[in-house]
Design a protein around this ligand. Structure first.
Ligand code: SF4
Length: 209
């Protein structure tokens, strides 16, 4: 598998925020979001045999593994990796862009999915695979990174068209007006959670944390 880095940290965003996790950050992504904070995953990286990654997971103290990128699900061995980690008794959180079919990954409650819906400010707003919606379970969630009023309206419209209840996180884009987002959610009585990127408050914008 092509890896960017493997490191110990706490989950910095989404509904599992604050949980210590071993992060397996893969290399390469099929999208090019304008505000991507992981552009360093677009190139470089190194090949690491699957068994070696699994050995690192086995030795780690963390009960959770965050499988992230880049886009982790474009790795050829992604499914084998997720299955092996789940079978080992650990939990896996998959952070995916929403553009790749996740149907094969919802085989166990030990596997949770953080699924982005790319907003207009990303310039990848047409990338979402709508067929993914049917796979979302109670332990999964949709995440919208919101920069401005245009992103907010886009996200509201998206949610209004959903025909089922799913967990939703609105994440203020780093450096954007979080107060605007919170006040808009209160005004419109949305059933979403507004959550910032905790790791950036702790460490700033540096990779590998
Ligand atoms: S999907 Fe994620 S890693 Fe890929 S370009 Fe967008 S923000 Fe960056």
């Amino acid at each position: 598998m092509r890896i960017t880095e493997i490191f110990h940290s706490i989950q910095g965003e989404g509904v599992y925020m604050g949980i210590p996790m071993l992060f397996v950050r893969t290399n390469r992504c099929n999208l090019r979001c304008r505000w991507c904070d992981s552009k360093y995953t677009f190139t470089g990286g190194y090949e690491m045999p699957l068994e070696e990654i699994l050995e690192t997971v086995r030795k780690a103290n963390e009960e959770w593994v965050c499988f992230t990128g880049g886009e982790p699900l474009i790795q050829k061995e992604a499914l084998a990796f997720v299955r092996s980690v789940a079978e080992s008794g650990k939990n896996v959180l998959i952070e995916t862009s929403g553009s790749i079919d996740v149907g094969k990954y919802v085989f166990s409650d030990s596997v949770s999915i953080d699924m982005d819906v790319k907003t207009p400010s990303s310039q990848e707003e047409d990338s979402f695979l709508s067929g993914n919606l049917k796979y979302l379970r109670e332990n999964d969630y949709l995440k919208f990174v919101i920069s401005d009023a245009v992103d907010y309206e886009f996200s509201m419209t998206f949610l209004q068209r959903l025909d089922r209840k799913v967990n939703v996180v609105f994440q203020p884009a780093w450096g954007s007006d979080a107060k605007f987002l919170v006040e808009s959610v209160i005004r419109d009585q949305l059933r979403v959670r507004v959550l910032p990127q905790f790791h950036k408050y702790v460490w700033g914008e540096i990779p590998g944390v």
